[in-house]
Design a binder for this molecule. Structure first.
Ligand code: XMP
Length: 320
């Protein structure tokens, strides 16, 4: 009779056996469910011999980095390095508008920064990864297929060999819903376990065209308002993913007596079971109207809001 509590105990045993009495582990924490569960689980198994590195590329959502640091460093007491690498990432992204180039730059810098910080910590014998069962299967059956591309950011590919580290992958036998269950078993807050997926490249792929700090700041505000409205309406858990996109298009508007000329913000929300196919979420029009009014009134730089009614296929969930 299989329970998550039993799995947890077994996984902790397995980690202790693999890592040994003195082995040290490093974990790239992204703030997402998988890496969070991995970090807390390994911390339970080996305590302070786990170090986490949170590489902040400056393209996270409003307040997100603080939340990650507070939860792991302050609440769980897990040794955590918070690297603010936003100048580096935004500097290298300046003027780049091709979506795949953006991903490559971010993925490459992520590995560079992670390696540098890991070296500063004196290295480690093991690298922890939140590999799930579907990743194991897919990377066998279609290596280089959709999963390999999608996960490219979180997979610190090549690093384990370069730094002579072995992999610790305690979630290899689990599906996503089981990881969530394990997270609850480990006492992670439900708000963290139930979070919508967030792509590794972050807001960079929600700002079509070149990215800069001003645009990221504008988008963060609009996105936070939209998500707040979704939570207030009790809809967050009915939706697979919801986010705002800042379009590189300016349109004319009117505010009081004055003409405005500002960016368009697109809102996206989809239902899905695995992210491979998706339907747009049919919000009531008063909900959409309320979001539009608040975003335009509260966010400088946006004067028009549109809703994306594209399903996947033919659209993708993200805009890039
Ligand atoms: P698309 O846009 O391809 O997204 O329909 C499917 C799911 O994958 C996420 N996604 C990414 N995740 N790095 C990631 O870690 C990426 O480059 C990336 N691109 C898309 C997307 O948020 C959705 O959940």
């Amino acid at each position: 009779d299989w329970t998550m509590a039993a799995f947890k105990a077994q996984a902790i045993e397995g980690i202790r056996r693999q890592v040994g009495e003195n082995g040290r582990v490093i974990c790239a924490l992204s703030g997402g469910v998988d890496s969070s569960v991995v970090a807390v689980l390994i911390h339970e198994a080996i305590g302070e011999r786990l170090n986490c590195i949170y590489v902040d590329h400056g393209l996270m959502r409003l307040g997100e980095s603080d939340q990650v640091v507070r939860l792991f460093r302050d609440h769980y007491n897990i040794p955590l390095v918070h690297v603010d690498a936003s100048d580096l990432f935004l500097g290298k992204l300046a003027g780049v508008d091709d979506p795949e180039k953006k991903r490559k730059i971010i993925g490459g810098l992520f590995i560079d920064v992670f390696e540098e910080e890991a070296t500063k910590l004196g290295g480690a014998d093991f690298l922890a990864q939140g590999t799930l069962y579907p990743d194991v299967i897919e990377s066998v059956s279609f290596a280089g297929g959709p999963s390999a591309t999608i996960k490219s950011h979180h997979n610190v590919g090549g690093l384990p060999e370069r730094m002579n580290m072995k992999l610790v992958e305690p979630l290899r036998e689990l599906f996503k819903d089981e990881v969530r269950e394990l997270g609850l078993e480990l006492g992670l807050p439900e708000s963290m376990i139930g979070r919508h997926p967030f792509p590794g490249p972050g807001l960079a792929i929600r700002i079509p065209g070149p990215v800069d700090r001003d645009k990221a700041d504008i988008l963060r505000k609009a996105d936070a308002i939209y998500l707040e409205e979704i939570r207030n309406a009790g809809l967050y858990d009915k939706i697979w993913q919801a986010f705002a996109v800042l379009l590189p298009v300016k349109t004319v508007g009117v505010m009081g007596d004055a003409r405005t000329y500002d960016h368009v913000c697109a809102l996206r929300a989809v239902t899905s079971t695995d992210g491979m196919t998706a339907d747009f979420y049919p919000f009531p029009s008063d909900f959409l109207g309320r979001c539009a009014t608040r975003i335009i009134n509260e966010v400088r730089g946006i004067n028009r809001v549109v809703y994306d009614v594209t399903s996947k296929p033919p659209g993708t969930i993200e805009w890039e």
